[in-house]
Design a protein around this ligand. Structure first.
Ligand code: PLP
Length: 359
């Protein structure tokens, strides 16, 4: 199979063994003689898939199943922008605004209640992560976006919010970097960046906090209803859950988060080194180096014409998905977990060649 070099920001590259296992399960799940798509989600064989995915998720994160639950929900990360405040915003919530997704999360929460934008890098085009933020002790929760997919910044340390529950949208760096996951009361991630296909959102939630959620909600929107049902409150997206389970097994086989992070640091450094070697040609958009994302590397070229040429010549070499987000332009190389280092090395050497030919 001729695989292209996949730098798409999401949906994005998946490990080949995961695709192969999925292909097989689509034709014949577990040797049962039906497709994974043709069997009850309450069948033991599928229950085993979802239970393994939940256990592996927590094991990789170093979290206890006594304390945390893993849910596989529909509606994307965008659904969580609404579900989090619906469940937990009573008086006020504090949000850190680090980009477009954070802005959307804030907008949805404002429909529900009082939102304090406790820190923001908006005035600097979201080119860094705000530091030394003073969180107030009486907020219902603090919300951050750990990796800003569009602007290429990433929280490298996890903030301290004292007794105030910490919530994070980790859609684009979940299991791509080690974190102190115990600091978080709720983590959510659309699977389609680093874990699987579109159609499932992974939620990792502290069970004790879910008990304290607002009660006057439809059941389908209550985390507690999903926790009590083991994430089988209604039919979960079975095929995406299967893919996530295979990806988690792949992560464990790679050596877990330690090995994954090391590899991601190495990959990102290869591209940042090219950018830093030619700062007048490739201009990184992130102003504070320690805030540079391991996952989404954003840079601009001297002119939009050169950017188009860059994307076209890369595409001719089977390097896909390098254009920046439609709202910000420029270039973006997304180097998620499953992006092989060979693709990254090829991109770096192409960037060197393109620089020499066009400087
Ligand atoms: C892609 C992305 C989203 C949107 O996810 P949907 O599943 O499309 O709702 C939200 N937050 C971040 C950080 C993202 O990268």
């Amino acid at each position: 199979m001729a695989r292209a070099h996949n730098f798409f920001p999401g949906p994005a590259v998946l490990p080949v063994p995961v695709l192969e296992a999925t292909r097989d399960a689509v034709m014949d799940f577990n040797g049962i003689g039906v497709s994974i798509m043709e069997i009850s989600h309450r069948d033991k064989a599928f229950e085993q898939v979802i239970t393994e995915a939940q256990n592996d998720m927590l094991a990789i994160m170093g979290l206890s199943p006594d304390e945390y639950a893993v849910l596989f929900l529909g509606g994307g990360a965008s659904m969580q922008f609404a579900m989090v405040p619906l469940n937990f915003l009573q008086k006020k919530a504090e949000y850190v605004n680090t980009g477009e997704w954070a802005t959307k999360a804030i907008k949805e929460a404002k429909v529900i209640g009082e939102v304090v934008e406790v820190a923001s890098s908006k005035d600097s085009k979201f080119s860094f992560i705000p530091k030394n933020i003073q969180f107030s002790p009486d907020a219902d929760y603090v919300h951050i976006t750990t990796n800003n997919t569009i602007y290429g910044t990433e929280w490298k340390t996890d903030p301290d919010t004292g007794n105030v529950p910490l919530v994070a949208d980790m859609s684009s760096d979940i299991l791509g970097i080690k974190r102190d996951f115990k600091k978080y009361s709720l983590i959510y991630a659309g699977a389609q960046k680093n874990l699987g296909p579109a159609g499932v959102t992974v939620v990792v939630i502290k069970k004790a906090w879910a008990e304290k959620a607002k009660q006057n909600l439809p059941n389908i929107l209550k985390y507690k209803a999903h926790i009590d049902a083991g994430s089988l409150y209604n039919t979960p997206p079975v095929l995406p859950v299967f893919v996530v389970r295979q990806t988690l097994k792949w992560i464990i086989a790679q050596g877990g988060l330690d090995a994954i992070q090391k590899q991601n640091e190495k990959k990102a450094q290869i591209i940042y080194d090219v950018i830093d070697a030619h700062p007048d040609f490739y201009r990184g958009t992130v102003t504070v180096k320690e805030d540079r994302s391991l996952m989404n590397i954003t840079f601009v070229l001297p002119t939009p014409e050169l950017e188009d040429k860059f994307a076209a010549e890369a595409k001719a070499r089977k390097m896909l998905g390098l254009k920046g987000h439609r709202t910000v332009g420029g270039m973006r190389a997304s180097l998620y977990n499953a992006c092989p280092i060979e693709s990254v090395e090829l991109l770096a050497s192409f960037m060197e060649d393109f620089y020499k030919a066009n400087k």
